[in-house]
Design a protein around this ligand. Structure first.
Ligand SMILES: Cc1cc2nc3c(=O)[nH]c(=O)nc-3n(C[C@H](O)[C@H](O)[C@H](O)COP(=O)(O)O)c2cc1C
Length: 242
């Protein structure tokens, strides 16, 4: 059984591909009402994006509630460049037999420009090869740590990650361009933490936010902005590249 969290589809794509190759099923943790029983499984897997060199809050909370088992357990994170110590930290709260990182297109368009199409396509092609190898390793139940940590992992995964979770997850800078927004409400229905509400046909943001960037990347009208810079930036939609 594979559990995934995905803001903009990268981790869902990776989870679905691995599930297909190892003949297992992938479940979106945002849509699960109960913590499932794990007794009849061959293995347990977790797939999620890296947020500020850490594990996203919903995945951390989910894993903390999961019963410990003796089943073969793996984790795969997807990241734009590197994962820091996220998976080592995760393995201290839940035993992992194997850990992997898969480099995927960067969806963090509030921090930097969308990557060029050629880079996105190259990353997806390389990811496909990584997924084949990871799936084979999972079938063979190989142990190991295959994670690109990047430079200064301790600083990134402790100080910067703490700062991100404490100060950088406010919704204050999200807003909607009222002329472009057609009030479809997709942002509100898609938000995994239901923080977006429609008022007078336009979205408003409550405080809590995972920072998954689904709303800003997936708005069909490109009407959602964050601060001043995103108006000129592209949006990341994995379906455009598959
Ligand atoms: C809030 C946030 C923080 C991120 N931090 C990192 C990071 O520390 N390192 C990195 O390589 N990529 C980082 N990224 C990029 C994502 O991890 C990457 O694009 C991931 O594949 C997105 O997966 P998803 O489409 O399943 O949400 C970040 C993205 C977001 C939204």
């Amino acid at each position: 059984m594979i559990f995934y969290f995905s803001g903009t589809g990268n981790s869902k794509w990776v989870a679905d591909k691995i599930a297909e190759k190892i003949c297992d099923k992938a479940y979106d943790i945002s849509e699960l009402n109960d913590i499932p029983k794990l007794s009849y499984e061959k293995q347990i897997g977790f797939v999620f994006p890296i947020y500020a060199w850490g594990v996203p809050e919903p995945m951390n909370l989910f894993i903390k509630k999961l019963k410990k088992t003796n089943l073969f357990t793996f984790a795969v994170c997807t990241c734009g460049a590197n994962a820091g110590l996220a998976l080592k930290k995760l393995s201290s709260i839940y035993h992992l037999d194997s850990s992997y990182s898969v480099i995927m297109p960067n969806n963090y368009i509030i921090g930097s420009e969308l990557e060029k199409k050629s880079i996105i396509l190259k990353k997806l092609k390389n990811a496909q090869n990584d997924i084949d190898k990871i799936s084979q390793n999972i079938i063979e139940q190989k142990n190991g740590y295959f994670v690109k940590e990047g430079m200064f992992p301790i600083i990134k995964s402790t100080f910067i990650n703490k700062g991100f979770n404490k100060f950088a997850r406010s919704t204050n800078h999200f807003y909607v361009n009222k002329e472009k927004c057609n009030g479809c409400g997709l942002c509100a229905t898609m938000c995994p933490i239901h923080t977006i509400e429609m008022h007078n046909g336009k979205p408003t943001w409550n405080d809590k936010c995972y920072r998954c960037l689904r709303c800003i990347n997936k708005c069909p009208q490109v009407a959602i902005q964050y601060g001043k810079k995103t108006a000129k930036r592209g949006r990341y939609n994995i379906d455009e590249y598959l």
